[in-house]
Every structure is written in C-alpha cells, then in structure tokens.
Ligand binder design. Structure first.
Ligand SMILES: [Zn+2]
Length: 99
C-alpha cells in the first residue's frame, strides 16, 4: 500500500483521523545534533551574500589526507555573480570527502 503524502498525513492529523501517537517511537534513541557554524561567501566588492546559482563548478583533487581520518581533501571552485552589484566571483572552499 502506498504511503500517503505529507500533505495528506497533515490533513488527517489536523482532522483527527490519525490516531497514531505523535513524536519519536518509544525506545528509539534520541538524536544528538552537534552545531556547526557555516560562513557564507560574501562579495569582495560590496559584502553582500546574495548571489546567482553556482555554475561551472570545478574540483581540484588534493593529494593530502587529513591526519586523523581517511578524509580526502578537495578544493572546489564555484563561479557566481553578486545579485546586488553584479560582480563576478569564484567561491573557493575546501571540502573533505569520506572514502
Ligand atoms: Zn557585490
């Protein structure tokens, strides 16, 4: 049997047609979410973070592995344009890929 859509499940819940208990099932472990700060790229010309979609993404493989794990370092270059001032830029970031 096909699972009902999210909208249908919400409708049933609001209409009181769904008698299943809400929330995490009994006995299932609580998930711990660690907080990780992420910095957005900013336009070097005006400081705005609004940009076009990334295009012409390029990846440069790095030969180094991180010291404490088997994460492969990749330098990723993504081209975009500032939505405020129109400055073109390349967003460069390091990413770590698990193998
Ligand atoms: Zn700008």
């Amino acid at each position: 049997m096909k699972r009902p859509s999210l909208a249908e499940r919400q409708r049933r819940r609001l209409a009181g047609e769904d008698s299943r208990p809400r929330g995490r099932p009994a006995g299932s472990p609580h998930r711990e979410y660690l907080v990780c700060d992420v910095s957005l790229s900013t336009c070097p010309a005006c400081g705005c973070t609004d940009r076009t979609k990334y295009e012409q993404t390029q990846q440069i493989e790095s030969s180094s592995l991180t010291t404490d794990s088997q994460l492969r370092e990749v330098i990723v270059l993504r081209r975009c344009t500032c939505l405020k001032c129109g400055q073109h830029r390349v967003d460069r970031c390091r990413e770590y890929r698990c193998e």
